[in-house]
Design a protein around this ligand. Structure first.
Ligand code: G3H
Ligand code: 13P
Ligand code: NA
Ligand code: ZN
Length: 305
């Protein structure tokens, strides 16, 4: 069933498990996400970025909405990193049931102002909202406190932000970052900060940049002819610990990009004569399903729907 983000995330925070919010850009990715969720009885969020909307538009949104409506588990369609009020409203008109307004790069007061406008409009239509406070980026364990404070989410500011905006869930900067290169090794996650924010806020918390970038997938990417440097993601143990302390929505895009591409590369490399698209994208969909299953098991959402 198609539900709002709040419908999925409030029980997740209360039950101390995480729900994967996976980015989609086409039918196969969407099928892998929703069909794996059904197989594992897990709630799930499917998200489209503004780039995904540009690429797939209403056609892609309708694929997600149709699969979600027919699914036997709760599914939300979420706008990832909405950059403006207009963008959030456009997504709501397209049928999204959850929107992110990301004004985190603006000064604090402006972030509050932009977020509150979106919250007021979205709530009037029964749609839930994610906002972001802090700047995403990798940090080294040994960096001084001042430096961490400079861009990771400040717990007191987070309280003020939530009070003044009414956002339904909040993305916090805790040491994760977007993409396949999150650090020179296992990235440092500021669990102390997560626990402070957990104590001060009762709404679900969101971790962006949460791909694991598994070494095995990176190796398969290389073995099938891909070029990739020293790629590192977020360790499963860090995500598990975070979900015990308020993190309820866990954003994953990079892992599915890698999985999809590895699947395609392996088929094309092994069978150069193949040109049936179903033989190319079918196995890629299977590689994505395995990654999604692993993530759902790590986050503890299996069996929660
Ligand atoms: O956080 C960004 C997501 O990975 C979406 O990326 O804007 O290239 O679709 P995109
Ligand atoms: P990854 O790059 O770690 O997959 O993060 C995706 C994300 O945060 C989407 O908003
Ligand atoms: Na998002
Ligand atoms: Zn993100």
């Amino acid at each position: 069933m198609l539900v709002t983000g709040k419908d999925i995330l409030v029980p997740a925070r209360a039950g101390k498990y995480g729900v994967g919010a996976f980015n989609t850009n086409n039918m196969e990715i969407t099928q892998a996400i929703i069909h794996t969720a059904e197989r594992l009885r897990s709630p799930v969020m499917v998200q489209m970025s503004e780039g995904a909307i540009k690429y797939g538009g209403q056609d892609l949104a309708n694929i997600v909405i149709d699969l979600a409506q027919r699914a036997t588990v709760p599914v939300a369609l979420h706008l990832d990193h909405g950059s403006s009020y207009e963008s959030a409203l456009k997504a709501i008109k397209m049928g999204f049931t959850s929107v992110m307004i990301d004004a985190s790069h603006h000064p604090f007061e402006e972030n509050i102002h932009e977020t509150r406008r979106v919250v007021e409009a979205a709530h009037a239509m029964g749609i839930s909202v994610e906002a972001e406070l802090g700047r995403l980026g990798g940090i080294e364990e040994h960096v001084v406190v001042d430096e961490k404070d400079a861009f990771l989410t400040d717990p007191q500011e987070a309280v003020q932000f939530v009070e003044q905006t009414g956002t339904d869930y909040l993305a916090i900067a805790i040491g994760t970052s977007h993409g396949a290169y999150k650090g020179k090794g296992r990235p440092f996650i500021d669990h102390e900060r997560i626990e402070k924010i957990e104590q001060l806020l009762s709404i679900p918390l969101v971790a962006h940049g949460s791909s694991g970038v598994p070494a095995e997938i990176v190796q398969r990417f290389r073995d099938s002819g891909g070029e990739i440097g020293d790629a590192f993601g977020i360790a499963d143990e860090d995500l598990q610990r975070a979900t015990q302390h308020g993190i309820a929505k866990v954003n994953v895009d990079t892992d599915l990009r890698l999985a999809m591409t590895v699947g395609v590369r392996e088929v094309l490399k092994a069978t150069p004569k193949e040109f049936d698209p179903r033989k190319v994208f079918g196995p890629a969909r299977e590689v994505m399903s395995q990654i999604i299953e692993h993530k759902m098991r790590v986050l503890g959402s299996v069996g929660k729907a």
